[in-house]
Ligand binder design. Structure first.
Ligand SMILES: Cc1cc2nc3c(=O)[nH]c(=O)nc-3n(C[C@H](O)[C@H](O)[C@H](O)COP(=O)(O)O)c2cc1C
Length: 216
């Protein structure tokens, strides 16, 4: 079984989201010692932004692509392959300006690909291909955006911006663990936020482990 672990914070050991994702992956590896881990730090290995050449190449049918177009799509092809061959997907990131860090957006832009992560049906509708993968998003936020708890609650543009493209790629029920407030609050509130996040991560790891046990 293979797990892809993707972090997006540019902070290293002091990163909240990185500590939380490492904890979650560790909970799984303790029970699944043979789990193969594919790690990607998007703040270091940042995917290329969509270029004009990419926009043209990605919508050109595969059998009509030139050598140059294939080269343009090579990074994205490889990224899609890594995701599609994974069984478990762990994505962690801080909230930046109410949405995601730009490196994670570049990651998504390289991942949504016709005939790889989604296909067209005969009637023109689309089907995502990431239907078998279990997905968790772990986000860290400075403020507390839980509904009704702060003046910023309605500004959470991160959750829908993650849900939509992954739903398009076939991910129907991703797990979200949002650690908040981790910065714009007092120490007591930060500690309580981390406690809630670790409790939710333990529960999510147990759920995955139980489900995996049943399918084996
Ligand atoms: C550039 C930048 C933008 C941020 N924007 C927000 C924001 O819109 N809302 C929020 O709640 N926190 C915001 N924060 C705070 C971070 O989300 C918070 O500190 C988080 O815990 C950082 O996670 P990390 O330690 O994994 O990098 C921002 C931080 C930075 C550096």
């Amino acid at each position: 079984m293979r797990l892809m672990h993707v972090d997006a914070s540019p902070k290293q050991s002091l990163s909240n989201s990185k500590q939380l994702s490492a904890y979650f992956v560790n909970q799984l590896t303790q029970q699944l010692p043979d789990l193969e881990i594919d790690y990607l730090d998007l703040s270091i290995d940042t995917p290329p932004h969509v270029s004009g050449d990419f926009a043209k190449a990605t919508y050109t049918p595969a059998d009509q692509r030139t050598v140059a177009m294939k080269e343009t799509l090579a990074y994205s092809d490889q990224l899609c392959a890594r995701i599609m061959m994974s069984d478990l997907l762990v994505f962690a990131m801080p909230m930046y300006n109410f949405s995601m860090p730009s490196c994670f957006k570049a990651f998504i832009d390289n991942l949504v690909r016709t005939n790889l992560t989604y296909t067209f049906n005969a009637d023109g509708s689309t089907s995502g291909t990431l239907t078998r993968q279990k997905v968790i998003f772990i986000t860290s936020r400075g403020a507390d955006l839980r509904p009704g708890l702060s003046p910023w609650s309605h500004m959470d543009a991160l959750t829908p911006a993650l849900k939509a493209p992954f739903a398009f790629m076939g991910v129907e029920h991703p797990v979200f663990v949002d650690a908040q407030p981790l910065q714009f609050s007092d120490q007591t509130a930060r500690e309580a936020a981390l406690d809630r996040a670790y409790t939710a991560l333990n529960a999510a790891a147990n759920t995955w482990l139980n489900q995996l046990q049943k399918t084996q």
